[in-house]
Design a protein around this ligand. Structure first.
Ligand SMILES: Cc1cc2nc3c(=O)[nH]c(=O)nc-3n(C[C@H](O)[C@H](O)[C@H](O)COP(=O)(O)OP(=O)(O)OC[C@H]3O[C@@H](n4cnc5c(N)ncnc54)[C@H](O)[C@@H]3O)c2cc1C
Length: 361
């Protein structure tokens, strides 16, 4: 009998031990513990111990975060991001997609702007567009890679790095399933099943939302960074790139930015001969910063009293909206909300997708 009780005790002990190790395995860290290199911009001091960086990345968005993570493996990197963090922000979830986009408060992650009467939003949050967008993931077409002058072999080698960390297959929602059947019925074929590739026909693509609707954007790629080599400043708005013009050929040497209290700081590049200021501030933010720094059409800069560093007539030009046609289908009963999971890509260049949102009239 005594032997029986000691056996029960031993089993209980192991059960408790396994429960303890299970709880330890579960990640209960705060984002500050998980990403110790992310700090408020006001923590940066250009007066105290001056730090120099091999690369200063302006804009910690969809492109900026993975770039920072990979460069930090071998170089000292600083990221300046004007927004806050997405970690734990309930508004970035699938359920709150539309609520987030409709938030027009001054610190909203979705900054409203209107051009020629058309309402639009710009991301203002670490992770950029990937922290507020519809979360559909697809690889670009080979043609787009070639047009951008990128090495397709290197691109294909890089995709799994992102996909393993933040992309998954969606659990197909009934409405998305109906759209898929409809696309195939109207002849947007072949049926490409599940695919990350950009293919003509109908396919189910990847998503950065998990089965609980939690978003896993580019800001999570910072987990792969070397924390010793990386500083990420949030609420840091870059105002101007600083150039050394002494040799006649302007060379970027630093960036002036404003912190969350309106104080100005200057981050500087190291003497490393390949050091660079990299602009990944988005389609609007990058040319805007170039213009503010004196790179753009001479006459236009002079008109704004900006000293000209380099006369380049193309900066900020050639911007165009993607023409979009919306077809709104009202339902007389509740349909589960869904963002893009299935798409149709036609040879005529038309791209068809569908989302469902609750709308209170
Ligand atoms: C509503 C919406 C839905 C979308 N849905 C999808 C989708 O489902 N799938 C898809 O593939 N694409 C989607 N997109 C597009 C996609 O999100 C963008 O193409 C992508 O995020 C662009 O990446 P980026 O790195 O160039 O810029 P961004 O991700 O915009 O990053 C730029 C970053 O720079 C920061 N920044 C700007 N200026 C400054 C400054 N002066 N100082 C410091 N920081 C600055 C911004 O705060 C931002 O974080 C969607 C976009 C929107 C708006």
């Amino acid at each position: 009998m005594q032997q029986y009780y000691s056996m029960v005790l031993i089993i209980k002990f192991f059960l408790l031990l396994s429960l303890f190790t299970f709880c330890q395995g579960k990640n209960t860290n705060t984002w500050e513990e998980e990403y110790p290199f992310i700090k408020n911009a006001s923590s940066f001091s250009s007066v105290a111990k001056i730090k120099e960086y091999d690369y200063i990345i302006v804009g910690g968005g969809t492109a900026g975060c993975p770039l920072a993570a990979t460069l930090s493996r071998n170089f000292k990197v600083l990221v300046l991001e004007r927004g806050g963090v997405p970690y734990g922000n309930k508004n970035t979830s699938l359920k709150n997609f539309h609520i987030n986009l409709a938030d027009t408060s001054p610190n909203s992650p979705a900054q409203l702007f209107v051009v020629e009467g058309v309402f639009n939003v710009r991301p203002r949050i670490l992770g950029g567009g990937s922290s507020i967008n519809a979360g559909f993931y697809s690889r670009p077409s080979l043609r787009s890679l070639m047009e951008l002058g990128l090495d397709p072999k290197l691109a294909y080698k890089s995709y799994p790095w992102v996909e393993k960390q933040i992309v998954q297959w969606p659990v197909l929602n009934p409405w998305q399933s109906a759209i898929r059947s409809a696309l195939l019925q109207v002849g947007i074929t072949p049926d490409n099943g599940y695919s990350y590739e950009h293919l003509y026909g109908t396919k189910i693509g990847g998503t950065i939302f998990d089965k609980d609707g939690i978003r896993h954007g580019a800001a999570e790629l910072l987990k792969s960074a070397n924390p010793k080599n990386l500083d990420v400043l949030i609420r840091a708005t870059a105002q101007k790139i600083v150039f050394d013009q002494s040799s006649g050929k302007p060379r970027a040497v630093g960036v002036i930015f404003k912190d969350e209290n309106g104080e100005q700081h200057e981050a500087i590049l190291s003497n490393y001969n390949k050091s660079e200021v990299i602009l990944s501030s988005g389609a609007i933010g990058s040319p805007q910063l170039l213009l503010l720094s004196g790179i753009g059409a001479k006459a236009e800069l002079e008109q704004m009293n900006i000293s000209v560093v380099l006369n380049n007539q193309f900066v900020g030009k050639g911007m165009a909206d993607n023409p979009q046609n919306n077809l709104i289908v009202p339902f007389n009963r509740l349909v589960a909300q869904s963002l893009v999971q299935t798409v149709g890509i036609t040879r005529e260049g038309v791209y068809i997708e569908a989302i469902v949102r609750k709308w209170k009239v």
